[in-house]
Write a protein that binds this ligand. Structure first.
Ligand code: 5GP
Ligand code: MG
Ligand code: MG
Length: 185
């Protein structure tokens, strides 16, 4: 299915699950090499990262720990810009090698906030692994962004963990919102 409807919005296929899986495998191989003998802790950002986190961790064959954090700040298709709070951030990050796993980095504000919370615990190192990145939407540089699955244009996407007003997270592929053609005179 190349065209789908989620709630009131039309979407078209952007990234197929096969493609996502291949890229995820490569990122996993790289992380296994980079973190050999280091026992990193992966922290998935809920809800969006839940599928990517699961698929990525199936590729990780080094000793590691897993945790999740929840931040809510996003409504509809536009970032509200206001970040509320983190819930569930592991409290034992002192001297640990932390890898934050995100579904998508858009403005980067959510990530900046999570990073500031993580740094309060004096970890040994912090890197970010995001399945998607919208480079032209990024409003703040993120030096920790080490692993990126795909760079995409500044458009709204849904599927593979990402939602449109709560729906579409269970789609196995990623879709982009169709742009409405302007009315010609
Ligand atoms: P940022 O703070 O980087 O602007 O955005 C952070 C969060 O907004 C992401 O982790 C994700 O949950 C949500 N987000 C950003 N862009 C999109 C998008 O294109 N589609 C969906 N479904 N969520 C997005
Ligand atoms: Mg996210
Ligand atoms: Mg969302």
């Amino acid at each position: 299915m190349h065209n789908i409807q989620v709630a009131d919005k039309a979407f078209e296929l952007l990234l197929e699950n096969d493609n996502i899986a291949k890229r995820t495998r490569l990122i996993g191989i790289q992380i296994n090499l980079d973190y050999e003998n280091r026992c990193p802790i992966f922290i998935g950002v809920l809800n969006g990262s839940f599928l990517f986190m699961a698929d990525l961790l199936k590729e990780i064959n080094i000793s590691c720990e897993i945790g999740f954090v929840k931040v809510s700040s996003y409504k509809g298709t536009e970032s509200s810009g206001t970040i509320k709070q983190t819930f569930g951030l592991p409290e034992d990050l002192h001297n640990r090698d932390v890898i934050i796993v995100e579904d998508i980095v858009d403005t980067g504000f959510t990530l900046k906030y999570i990073l500031s919370e993580v740094y309060k615990q004096n970890p040994a190192s912090v890197k970010v692994c995001s399945l998607l990145l919208k480079p032209t939407a990024l409003q703040t540089p993120i030096d920790e962004l080490e692993y990126v699955g795909f760079e995409i244009a500044n458009e709204f996407v849904v599927g593979y963990g990402l939602d449109y007003d709560g729906l579409g997270r269970n789609l196995i592929d990623i879709y982009r919102a169709k742009t409405v053609a302007p009315n010609l005179p």
